[in-house]
Ligand binder design. Structure first.
Ligand code: CTP
Length: 399
């Protein structure tokens, strides 16, 4: 769950700082990349060497190293992190965070951070109960920070009560739960096709189309950002995905058919946005065709309709989404394809809409479902269109 997550762990001056070592160990074991920031007082409870060794990263303690002048850029650190966890969070640091003070590296990074922030307070019973601490906690909650509540038990002072920092295992579970809640498609297999196909005429020429692959890549990235296990089958394109996913590069419609058939049976959601060639040369010449005659004709044969084939193979529980690109009678043609190819949704884009279509960064779509209900969307960037398409699919997946 926390694999490859970049986490800043802030450690304050509290006896609970010894638990930070265990927390770092657990986070690293879960696959996270951890960078630790110690406040000056925290260094009295746990050494930078311990935390640097466990995190496999240098530990940050101040804005710059006196001897070398090396500068620890708080803004960069704040932007680097996927999460910031302050554990233990002392009453003093909580108060600074609530008040916007930044007199040390940790609080400056907190003010610069754009990521979710978690605090695991640790202090004596009466300090925790004090109205000022509680009002600081309320303020932090109102800023959107999350509080991993302290537990009840024996405190370092010898008193019993609330104030003991949550155990490292509890902090880990808390973080993992937050991550899984933000990833509704965690572990679900999604297949997306993108780009054009190239149908070879001879070793140097092909029949292709203007598809850039932008729309399919945006859809694949959106699904991956929701935690899905995405397989992207793409024709030739310069596009690159942002999120980690399994990419299968193909060239021709026949290659794409082969890859789709191999992947489809395990995909819970399939979105076919590739612009697959409908026709391919009957024969591919082995050598470059010479211009000998004044006229030249090419014999073409139909390619197999991949989407229609998958529609026939589809089993209960699988969601299959197709695209339709039309220039006339758009709605009728789109609805016809939805039924004929046994789809759950069809995304229509019309070349009549300015700003929609090949190579553009924007698109305007209409989505039809099986009940022939239509949802019309505004012209948007392809990234936003991908979010709309995924949302419609998620509605079906939940139904
Ligand atoms: N498609 C496919 N295999 C093909 C042709 C198209 O999987 N050989 C898929 C596309 O990925 C798209 C959908 O079919 O999701 C519709 O493609 P489109 O070109 O609009 O329609 P066609 O069904 O090919 O019909 P026509 O060209 O006659 O409009």
């Amino acid at each position: 769950m926390l694999k490859n997550k970049k986490i800043i762990l802030g450690v304050c001056g509290s006896i609970a700082a010894y638990k930070s070592a265990i927390l770092v160990r657990l986070l690293v074991k879960a696959g996270a990349n951890v960078k630790v920031i110690l406040t000056a007082d925290a260094g009295n409870f746990i050494t930078p060497l311990t935390l640097a060794t466990l995190s496999k990263n240098p530990v940050y303690t101040q804005y710059f190293e006196e001897e070398t002048g090396v500068w620890s850029n708080h803004v960069e650190l704040g932007l680097w992190a996927d999460f910031m966890v302050i554990a233990p969070a002392s009453a003093n640091t909580l108060a600074k965070m609530a008040g916007g003070l930044c007199d040390n590296l940790l609080t400056a990074v907190y003010l610069s951070a754009k990521c979710p922030v978690f605090v695991a307070p640790a202090m004596d019973l009466d300090m925790w109960k004090h109205e000022s601490t509680q009002s600081n906690i309320d303020k932090l909650l109102s800023y959107g920070n999350q509080v991993i509540k302290p537990g009840n038990g024996e405190l370092a002072s010898g008193l019993y009560g609330e104030g003991r920092m949550a155990e490292p295992e509890e902090i880990l579970t808390f973080l993992a739960n937050v991550v899984s809640a933000s990833l509704p498609l965690l572990g679900k297999k999604v297949m997306v096709t993108a780009g054009p196909t190239y149908e070879a005429i001879d070793p140097v020429r092909f029949i292709g189309n203007h598809s850039s692959g932008k729309m399919g890549f945006a859809i694949a990235d959106r699904f991956a950002s929701l935690g899905a296990d995405v397989t992207l089958i793409t024709g030739p394109t310069a596009e690159k995905s942002i999120y980690p996913l399994k990419r299968i590069d193909v060239v021709s419609a026949a290659d794409m058919l082969h890859a789709c058939k191999a992947e489809f049976s395990t995909a819970e959601i399939t979105v076919m946005s590739a612009a697959v060639a409908d026709y391919t040369p009957v024969q591919k010449a082995d050598q470059k065709i010479k211009k000998t005659s004044t006229e030249f004709s090419l014999e073409l044969k139909k390619t197999e309709d991949i989407l229609a084939t998958l529609g026939q193979l589809k089993k209960g529980g699988q969601i299959l989404v197709g695209f339709a690109l039309e220039t006339e009678n758009e709605e009728e043609y789109a609805k016809g394809k939805l039924v004929k190819k046994n789809l759950d949704l069809i995304v229509l884009n019309s070349l009549n809409d300015k700003g929609a279509g090949f190579k553009m960064d924007t698109n305007k779509i209409t989505i039809f479902n099986k009940a022939a209900e239509k949802t019309v969307f505004e012209m948007k960037s392809k990234t936003e269109v991908a979010i709309d398409i995924c949302n419609e699919i998620l509605k079906l997946a939940k139904a």
